[in-house]
Design a binder for this molecule. Sequence first.
Ligand code: HEM
Ligand SMILES: *[C@@H]1O[C@H](CO)[C@@H](O)[C@H](O)[C@H]1NC(C)=O
Ligand SMILES: *[C@@H]1O[C@H](CO)[C@@H](O)[C@H](O)[C@H]1NC(C)=O
Length: 476
Amino acid sequence: MDFFYVSILSSLLAVFVAFLLYKNKSGSSAGRLPPGKTGFPVIGESYEFLSTGWKGYPEKFIFDRMTKYSSQVFRTHLLGEKAAVFCGATGNKFLFSNENKLVQAWWPKSVDKVFPSSSQSSSKEEAIKMRKMLPNFLKPEALQRYIGVMDYIAGKHFSSNWENQDKVEVFPLCKNYTFWIAARLFVSVEDPAEVAKLLEPFNVLASGLISVPVDLPGTPFNKAIKASNQIRKQLLEIIKQRKIDLAEGKASPTQDIMSHMLTTSDEDGNFMDEANVADKILGLLIGGHDTASSACTFIVKYLAELPEIYEGVYKEQMEIAKSKAPGELLNWEDIKNMKYSWNVACEVLRLAPPLQGAFREALNDFIFNGFSIPKGWKIYWSANSTHRNPECFPEPLKFDPSRFEGSGPAPYTFVPFGGGPRMCPGKEYARLEILVFMHHLVKRFKWEKIIADEKIVVDPMPIPAKGLPVRLFAHK
Ligand code: HEM
Ligand SMILES: *[C@@H]1O[C@H](CO)[C@@H](O)[C@H](O)[C@H]1NC(C)=O
Ligand SMILES: *[C@@H]1O[C@H](CO)[C@@H](O)[C@H](O)[C@H]1NC(C)=O
């Protein structure tokens, strides 16, 4: 779909070539830039960046350049910006510990335009303050009360979508699962028909988000902007009704994350306004949508391929299942007992990190690893390149959950959720929903892959190209 636009754009490139011969010196006098080439202005190397992803070799772009230039940092030109790619634990540490000092969060223009968030109209300090509140709603203490709800929704999801099936396509089902849980936990929407209504614009949004930002009627980008406005409108309606229900005692402050946000004030006693709550919920729905379903899908894939790992998870989960009275829901104690299962999930997140990396922007000129990074440059940190470095993870391609026993991998080497002040606020939430998913899955089934060597594509999350069809075998 996006291919159409890219081909138009890349043919435009030809026109620029003559200019480039003169203009592509791309240098600052300040110091030595990282090795690499910046490619064509405006488009830069983003065509290659996106196209290697589309062809199913997401990190080829990065790995090729690491081999060619440097295993720590190289320069390029991405999505219309001069950029440096940091590809190791040292780079991760540097970025995560210099947040808001030397670097700050940055999103490609396409993402920025799709989310003209209310925090942009308020001050930057305001935005940072709001960002700081987010983890409050998603920290373990706040989420513990929702474990039973997750378990309950998981039960409904599995009985309506998996049970009595011989064959299923895993990825769409994982999306159904994570979205159903999100709809219930964030905004108390639980009825499948209503959940589906909320979901519709999301699929449009997801495909337009990482597209070439051409805002013309019919482009994926244009549709994404419309979809995000539509979701915001739906959320605002729910918020308005909720405020009335809370005032009349018809809704509870702890029934979901939306209620929690509406009834929690910051350190100065201010409450979040409606637009801000809508933005935050939208952010959570997006942040948690494809990431967690990609993770769940890869868990199913690896467990199909590795029977001894499956057995370990099965044993742990059955012990928990057997300790429960009929109808008794999972609780915090049960989650704490899922240690091996979580190590397995972490190993999956290492080998198939749902988010390949993210961007920062240099606030000032600075030096990293002997190279100067000019102010305004964009910086991309990459999870997969760190996770597959043999110095961080010996025999990196081996699936080995014991890497996470004891104190686990060295700091900044395992970064599926990022790090520092901008670390994924949904980490604990993701952990819970992934473990509840594993519990329900292995308790019911064994399975095998139908396509032995199914390709992985990254669009923009890694997923098996055919959605991972599997044959299910229900336990007796
Ligand atoms: C396995 C699942 C997940 C993975 C691997 C993941 C990964 C990440 C990473 C790497 C970042 C940081 C990007 C950066 O450095 O700029 C991030 C940010 C974020 N994540 Fe997640 N995430 C997951 C699930 C979730 C869930 C379930 C939610 C919501 C409940 C969520 C909400 C967010 C939000 C809102 C941000 C942006 C935070 C900010 O603006 O600073 N994520 N995620
Ligand atoms: C999830 O699956 C149920 C049962 O098949 C279906 O009714 C519902 O619409 C689906 N929801 C989403 C969000 O896909
Ligand atoms: C990670 O990088 C390797 C290249 O070493 C690539 O083969 C693999 O597909 C990438 N995995 C994901 C999930 O991005």
